[in-house]
Design a protein around this ligand. Structure first.
Ligand SMILES: Nc1ncnc2c1ncn2[C@@H]1O[C@H](COP(=O)(O)OP(=O)(O)OP(=O)(O)O)[C@@H](O)[C@H]1O
Length: 271
């Protein structure tokens, strides 16, 4: 449903040229939850901007349901890291969630239903009329997630959405993402630099190299579908997968010319 083919992005400046992304090819199938993990500065944000039509790639292409992305596609929603800047402070929670639906010209009764449903799904049913500045960071990020889900996107892109919240809130939000994904079955690409988070959340993890970026490995996560912070993270299989991702990211540069092909799980995972 989403195909990235030979994507390359070079930033040409007056004084310097940066090859941020060298060659990325991967696909997302309908309904998948895929994590993309890579070191800081490896071009994750650049990739998302190209995927969402905000930035033109130097070469290669992005296709959503067979159609080339050459501007922000109507079926895509993005949740950014900086929730503080993505919500309008003068609008209530409800108005923030409703705004894109008005722009999409969703009829008023359906709008109300989508807003109610998505605010309840992120656990903020009591905070409809609050303003973003009256909410904690984690609650603000829940609003941003509700807004994305209410939009009923074909694809949801998330750019390090939990990087700015504390560890406990982050764990809660990770579980929220898994439960929303099951409830709404939105195809999701979740970008993070946190290896544990990628393994905990994803059905697959795409591991990126350091810049100039290529895909080191497309790793199937064969953990049980029911995951929880305590048991999943302390399982032996989780530790093995985490070690595998870590070693790929930290592979010496001279070895990085030989990417590892997609790896199928060797054994069914045990909790
Ligand atoms: N507008 C720009 N002009 C020039 N270079 C840029 C621009 N945006 C990003 N870069 C460079 O491209 C490379 C990749 O940056 P990008 O922000 O995409 O990485 P990232 O993986 O998202 O980083 P982080 O994890 O730290 O947020 C970096 O070397 C960065 O300096």
């Amino acid at each position: 449903m989403l195909e990235v083919t030979g994507l390359k992005k070079v930033y040409e400046g007056k004084s310097r040229t940066v090859e941020a992304v060298r060659d990325l090819t991967f696909t997302l199938d309908t309904g998948e939850l895929v994590c993309l993990v890579g070191p800081s500065g490896c071009g994750k944000t650049t990739l998302l901007k190209c995927m969402s039509g905000l930035l033109e790639p130097t070469s290669g292409s992005v296709r959503l349901q067979g159609k080339e992305v050459d501007g922000p596609p109507p079926g895509m929603a993005i949740v950014f890291q900086e929730y503080g800047r993505s919500l309008f402070p003068w609008m209530s929670v409800r108005e923030n969630v409703e705004l894109p639906l008005k722009q999409k010209k969703v009829p008023s009764a359906r709008r109300k239903q989508l807003v109610d449903e998505s605010i309840a799904a992120v656990g903020l049913a009591d905070s409809h009329s609050a303003y973003p500045w009256q909410l904690s960071g984690g609650m603000q990020q829940r609003v941003a997630i509700a807004r994305a889900i209410a939009y009923e996107p074909q694809v949801l892109l998330m750019d390090e959405p939990f990087a700015a919240v504390d560890a406990q809130t982050r764990a809660d939000l990770e579980d929220l993402i898994r439960s929303l994904w099951k409830q709404f079955q939105v195809t999701t690409l979740f970008v993070t630099h946190d290896i544990d988070e990628a393994v905990y959340l994803g059905q697959r993890v795409l591991i990126l190299s350091k810049s100039p970026t290529v895909i080191r490995q497309d790793l199937a996560i064969d953990l049980p579908d029911e995951r929880d912070q305590l048991h999943t993270r302390s399982s032996a299989r989780f530790a093995e997968l985490r070690a595998q991702v870590y070693s790929q990211i930290h592979r010496p540069r001279e070895e990085q010319d030989a990417p590892v092909a997609a790896v199928a799980p060797a054994v069914a995972g045990q909790p």
